[in-house]
Write a protein that binds this ligand. Structure first.
Ligand code: GLN
Length: 198
C-alpha cells in the first residue's frame, strides 16, 4: 500500500482524507491515509496534502512541531504534494506577510487575501491544464499568485491571476478541491505522480 499523509495541524482535514480515499479507489491504489499532527510521520509518506485553513496558524504549528523541515525534505526528494488555499500560502516562497513563515517549496509570491477583499467566497468553472473538463472551483477568502518563478507552470487562472500552479512535485490551488465531489485534482497531484504503479 502507498501511504498518503494529510497535514492535520489545523484546517480542512477530513474532506481531504475522503477525497484521497476516493482518488485512490479510482486509480486502483491501495492507500493508507494518515493524519499528521507531529513529526516522524512525513518521512514515511509517499505523498502529502497540505490543507487550507489559516496560514498564520498552520505555519506556526508546523514549525513548533518540527514538521516544516520534514515537508521541505519530502518536496526536495521529489515526492508529490497537493497544497490548497492556506496550504498554497504556506508552501510559497513569499506570503508577503511576516506572520507566515513559508516553506519555500513553491516558487511563487502570494497575495494572501487577493479575492477576499472584494468578495469573501465565490465559485467558478475553471479550465485546468491536465483535466479534460472544467473544474468546479470553490474559493473561500482565497489567495492569488502574484509572481511566478521560472520553473512554475500555471495550470489555471481566474481574473487574469494564477489560481492553480505546479512547481515540480508541488501542485497548489487557491481554491478548495476537497469541498466538491470531484477528486480529479487529488488524482492528478498525488496518484498520477507516484513513482510506484497501482
Ligand atoms: N485567507 C486564508 C489565509 O490567509 C486562507 C483561507 C483558506 O484556506 N480558505 O490563511
Amino acid at each position: 500500500a502507498v501511504r498518503i499523509g494529510v497535514v492535520a495541524v489545523q484546517g480542512n482535514v477530513s474532506e481531504h482524507v475522503t477525497a484521497i480515499e476516493r482518488a485512490a479507489a479510482a486509480t486502483g491504489y491501495d492507500a493508507d491515509v494518515v493524519e499528521i499532527r507531529e513529526s516522524g510521520t512525513v518521512p514515511e509518506c509517499d505523498a502529502l496534502a497540505l490543507p487550507g485553513g489559516e496560514s498564520t496558524t498552520i505555519s506556526q504549528l508546523l514549525a513548533r512541531e518540527g514538521i516544516d523541515e520534514e515537508i521541505v525534505a519530502h518536496a526536495e526528494a521529489g515526492k508529490p504534494i497537493l497544497a490548497t488555499c492556506a496550504g498554497l500560502i504556506v508552501a510559497s516562497r513569499d506570503a508577503q506577510d511576516d506572520r507566515v513563515e513559508t516553506l519555500d517549496i513553491l516558487d511563487v509570491a502570494v497575495d494572501r487575501n487577493a479575492f477576499g477583499r472584494q468578495v469573501d467566497s465565490f465559485e467558478a468553472g475553471l479550465d485546468v491544464r491536465g483535466l479534460d473538463d472544467p473544474f468546479h472551483a470553490v474559493f473561500i477568502r482565497a489567495p492569488a499568485v502574484d509572481d511566478v518563478g521560472d520553473g512554475v507552470e500555471v495550470l489555471a487562472s481566474w481574473d487574469d491571476r494564477p489560481v492553480a500552479v505546479r512547481d515540480g512535485p508541488v501542485l497548489a490551488t487557491a481554491f478548495h478541491p476537497e469541498l466538491t465531489d470531484d477528486y480529479r485534482l487529488h488524482r492528478l497531484a498525488l496518484f498520477d505522480r507516484l513513482p510506484v504503479e497501482a
